[in-house]
Design a protein around this ligand. Structure first.
Ligand code: TXA
Ligand code: MG
Length: 324
């Protein structure tokens, strides 16, 4: 299959028609590029799993264009409604009980009784509005690779497997949505993301539990190595070894930086929002040069630093973390 990359403004009508015919299309949300399909169509959902090579036990996010559409797929209690009203549209995904009358295809939720719902921004939102359907939209990467933040990144892992990519340039935020499970008035963080956990705690006045890393069922995609680039990573690096590339943060302070195969700086000024927006692009860029390894300078853990460190630690995957 030939993959057409089309500017979003030109291709959006065609894309909506493809979706209504049960096809899949890659499109940008405010966070990362996703692979969209009609969440109410078993055929479309099957195509998403196949194109990504995603295991069937890893459920998909359902994207909606309104609170009303959210209520057609999930049951929102008072706490989830408050969160939705405050943070939607935007990069917050809520894991909620499925609505009894939901028409979402069974494969979307992979047999779970909950459904993950989010109201995105960007061209993804236009597509939901144009089709009038809730769309299943996982990140548009082959399973196990880093999330794409440009149309070119999508083509590099899904090219030839999907009919169309809507190109709207680099995504605004660059890191996926924050996933929060709401159940019985309690909040559990399933994935740190573009909204800082501290901001959600400040808004709700509730402490947010971190899901245990062995709690694979509650967020299967959070399995280690989900975000792996091909090169290994060495976290908290204080020096650069020969053959390594350097992922820097702030003014470069590590020893041997001049010997690095290449340097990508997440944010010269040490701004965590900027660093989040550049994380996957920098990893892609360095990875393309096939370095022996990528040395990563220390990155603070507060604010969006939580999500950035989470993605990096997962990228280290099964390899023993080599801390220096
Ligand atoms: O920013 C984002 O969230 C992007 C853009 C495209 O919207 N989407 C995204 O989707 O990152 P995906 O499928 O790559 O990651 C969603 C994560 C997966 O780890 C999946 O296991 C988890 O959400 N998930 C989906 N449904 C769930 C559920 N009912 N309970 C717990 N985790 C769920
Ligand atoms: Mg993903």
């Amino acid at each position: 299959m030939q993959t057409r990359t089309v500017p979003s403004s030109e291709g959006i009508g065609d894309a909506a028609r493809l979706l209504l015919a049960g096809e899949v299309v890659a499109v940008a949300a405010e966070t990362v590029y996703g692979l969209a399909g009609d969440a109410t169509s078993e055929a479309a959902v099957t195509r998403i799993y196949e194109a990504k090579g995603r295991p069937g036990f890893n459920p998909l996010l359902v994207h909606v264009a309104s609170l009303e559409m959210a209520a057609s797929v999930a049951t929102l209690d008072a706490l989830s409604l408050r969160l939705a009203e405050a943070f939607w549209p935007g990069p917050l995904t809520l894991v909620l009980p499925s609505a009894p009358t939901s028409r979402v295809a069974r494969a979307v939720t992979a047999g779970l009784e909950t459904v993950a719902v989010r109201h995105p921004l960007g061209p993804a939102l236009d597509l939901i509005a144009r089709t009038g359907r809730p769309l299943a939209i996982p990140s548009a990467n082959a399973s196990g690779r880093t999330s794409p933040t440009t149309a070119g990144d999508v083509v590099s892992t899904l090219g030839g497997r999907i009919p169309m990519v809507l190109d709207s340039g680099p995504t605004a935020l660059g890191i996926e949505s924050t996933i929060l499970k709401v159940s019985d008035g309690r909040l559990t963080l399933l994935r740190a993301g573009s909204i800082a956990t501290e901001d959600l705690e400040a808004f709700t006045g509730l402490a947010i539990a971190r899901s245990r890393s062995d709690d694979a069922i509650s967020a299967p995609g959070m399995l280690a190595a989900h975000y792996a680039p091909s090169a290994g990573l060495r976290m908290d690096a204080r020096y650069v070894e020969p053959g390594e590339a350097l992922l820097a943060f702030g003014p470069v302070r590590v020893e041997g930086a001049e010997k690095a195969l290449a340097v990508a700086n997440l944010s010269v000024s040490g701004n965590l929002e900027e660093a989040a927006s550049r994380l996957f692009a920098c990893l892609h860029d360095l990875d393309r040069l096939a370095p022996r390894r990528i040395a990563v300078e220390p990155i603070p853990h507060h604010g969006l630093g939580e999500a950035i460190n989470d993605r990096l630690v997962r990228a280290v995957g099964d390899r023993p973390p080599n801390r220096h």
